[in-house]
Design a protein around this ligand. Structure first.
Ligand code: FES
Length: 178
């Protein structure tokens, strides 16, 4: 008796079932991948009258400073910042958070980028722009430094506020201030 046909040529109902299962897996996988990204860009609402807001994780929950500071010096922690912009916070050599957050938005065409801890640069994968640890351009095509924000820690809470005064890297008025 030869019953291999049932494995090599599934009938319509089996095809439908397989298509459904495959689609469900793809849909659930894509949903799992998109959910954090979508949530990441939902503007945080908690803040105060001065325009500052709480640093949050990708699920929209405030991040205690102690959680980030449990990582080693040199760590760049990506959080949801002002207007939901992904923003890097830096743990300094003395174990404190830098008062300057760096927005993860390439000034060339807006790609996001990783921190390269070996080269000590932010390196954009889209067209090769590179920035030093302060967000100044090391290599184009980007020709503007990365946007920065103020970072302050109070009672284990991380606050972010707009950087509107002179850019300390250039001494000039920030390009993002109208
Ligand atoms: S968007 Fe980053 S180099 Fe073009």
């Amino acid at each position: 008796m030869d019953n291999s046909a049932s494995f090599s040529a599934p009938n319509l109902s089996r095809r439908q079932l397989l298509n459904f299962l495959t689609g469900a897996v793809v849909a659930s996988t894509a949903g799992a991948a998109l959910y954090p990204a979508a949530k990441f860009f939902v503007p945080p609402t908690e803040g105060d009258d001065s325009g500052r807001i709480l640093a949050k994780d990708k699920l929209g929950n405030p991040i205690p400073a102690s959680q980030i500071l449990s990582e080693p010096p040199g760590t760049r922690a990506l959080i949801a910042g002002l207007a939901g912009e992904p923003t890097y916070l830096t743990i300094q050599a003395d174990g404190t958070l830098s008062s300057m957050g760096i927005v993860n938005n390439c000034t060339h065409l807006g790609c996001t980028f990783p921190w390269n801890g070996v080269d000590h640069q932010f390196q954009c994968p889209c067209h090769g722009s590179r920035y030093d640890e302060m967000g100044s351009v090391v290599r184009g095509p980007a020709n503007q430094p990365l946007k920065i924000v103020h970072v302050a820690v109070e009672n284990d809470t991380i606050w972010l506020s707009p950087w509107t005064e002179a850019d300390p890297r250039t001494g000039d008025r920030p390009w993002w201030v109208a």
